[in-house]
Design a protein around this ligand. Structure first.
Ligand SMILES: NC(=O)c1ccc[n+]([C@@H]2O[C@H](COP(=O)([O-])OP(=O)(O)OC[C@H]3O[C@@H](n4cnc5c(N)ncnc54)[C@H](O)[C@@H]3O)[C@@H](O)[C@H]2O)c1
Length: 257
């Protein structure tokens, strides 16, 4: 029998969109909250409930696992450092440590377009994923940290780490700002599947839908992962509400004075 895959943040919104793509393998699900709808838990999946920073729970979660898809975290661009530090910084570092110690092959982790948000805010687009991180908010800074610490685990201890800078990951865009950074369910599932399989040992890629994307340069994702978006937010443009911006990340701050 194949080794299980660990999905963290398994009760969250992105996980619920992703789970249909993972149901062909043994699954272990970890979250601090139990699944809201037990009927959405794939048959045979093992469910663990607790904190990412609980080392005993983590050791149990990664034991015998081949790969981790890490989604647990605080996803709010307006969250404070105090809110973010536990889940996005300490929790992720603890997960990488446990994965490395237990011989996990690969961790695919959810980063965010907010790790590169200052480029978008200043109009320096399309954003090349090889540029230095330029977060637009504390949340984006924690994601940039996660990318950096994942790279350290790959470089020093041989743990394969693939970061996906998710855009707005919702079934369909509902407001104008989501058009530039939407990641639709089919493309999410395709990207994560490809990230689990790529021969690349370590990398970070934009994860948005839309061919010839005006804001996020997808050429590296095409080269390394074979990712070609199948969905396009332009198909939803006529139906969205106008929330006053085209920018998917944080807008530039108001000038002082
Ligand atoms: N939803 C998006 O549009 C989006 C965009 C970019 C990046 N992301 C990233 O994708 C991931 C998932 O986002 P989401 O929208 O599904 O968020 P979500 O809040 O719906 O789900 C996150 C899940 O993680 C769990 N969790 C949080 N901290 C935990 C901890 N310390 N220990 C155990 N479980 C913990 C929560 O209980 C929750 O079920 C996050 O890392 C987020 O930053 C999401």
């Amino acid at each position: 029998m194949a080794a299980p895959l660990l999905l963290t943040g398994a009760s969250g919104r992105v996980a619920r969109l992703l789970l249909p793509a993972l149901s062909d393998r043994p699954l272990r699900l970890l979250d601090r909250t139990a699944p809201a709808d037990p009927s959405e838990v794939p048959a045979g999946a093992e469910v663990l409930t607790g904190e990412l920073t609980d080392r005993a729970l983590l050791a149990r979660a990664v034991d015998g696992v081949d790969a981790v898809v890490h989604l647990a975290g605080d996803p709010s661009p307006t969250a404070t450092w105090d809110d973010l530090r536990g889940p996005n910084v300490d929790g992720f570092a603890a997960l990488l440590g446990a994965a490395s110690e237990h011989g996990v092959r690969r961790v695919v982790h959810a980063s965010s377009v907010h790790a590169m948000g200052r480029y978008e805010a200043s109009g320096r687009v399309p954003v090349d994923p090889t540029w230095a991180p330029a977060p637009c908010c504390p949340y984006g800074a924690t994601k940039a940290f996660d990318e950096a610490v994942a790279g350290v685990f790959s470089h020093r201890w041989g743990l394969s780490t693939i970061g996906l800078r998710l855009g707005a990951t919702v079934p369909a865009p509902t407001v104008r700002s989501q058009l530039r950074g939407w990641l639709g369910p089919e493309d999410l599932r395709d990207l994560v599947t490809r990230a689990l399989q790529t021969p690349v040992v370590a990398g970070v890629y934009p994860a948005v839908s839309g061919a010839e994307h005006p804001h996020w340069d997808l050429r590296l994702a095409a080269d390394d992962l074979g990712y070609v978006p199948r969905l396009d937010s332009r198909d939803h443009a006529a139906a969205v509400e106008d929330d006053g911006t085209d920018v998917a990340t944080c807008p530039p701050p108001d000038p002082v004075g």
